[in-house]
Write a protein that binds this ligand. Structure first.
Ligand code: SF4
Length: 91
């Protein structure tokens, strides 16, 4: 599994926590987590693939504080759906 780092990222935070630390938006984090939890298990991305997708989003120039500037989605929500894809073809 790749190591995902954003500029200024704290060492002790997971990818998702770091996205929201930088965004500073707790309500958005809670809403997104509820949406991810609402995805049926069979449609949810496996842990390894999910991390890989977020690695790619984290290194992407179109990523800004958890949002994809290409499509406007929350990257961690999009990445959590097994059948989803990156609008720029990164994953
Ligand atoms: S979904 Fe694709 S274009 Fe959007 S931030 Fe992630 S890698 Fe970049």
């Amino acid at each position: 599994m790749g190591v995902w780092r954003m500029a200024g990222m704290a060492d002790n935070l997971c990818r998702l926590c770091e996205i929201y630390r930088q965004a500073g938006d707790e309500k958005t984090r809670q809403m997104t987590m509820r949406l991810i939890e609402g995805i049926p298990a069979k449609e949810r991305t496996g842990e390894e693939l999910y991390a890989k997708r977020l690695d790619l989003c984290g290194a992407c120039k179109k990523h800004a504080a958890g949002t994809c500037l290409s499509c406007g989605c929350y990257v961690e929500l999009r990445a959590a759906k097994k059948g989803a894809h990156c609008p720029e073809g990164a994953w």
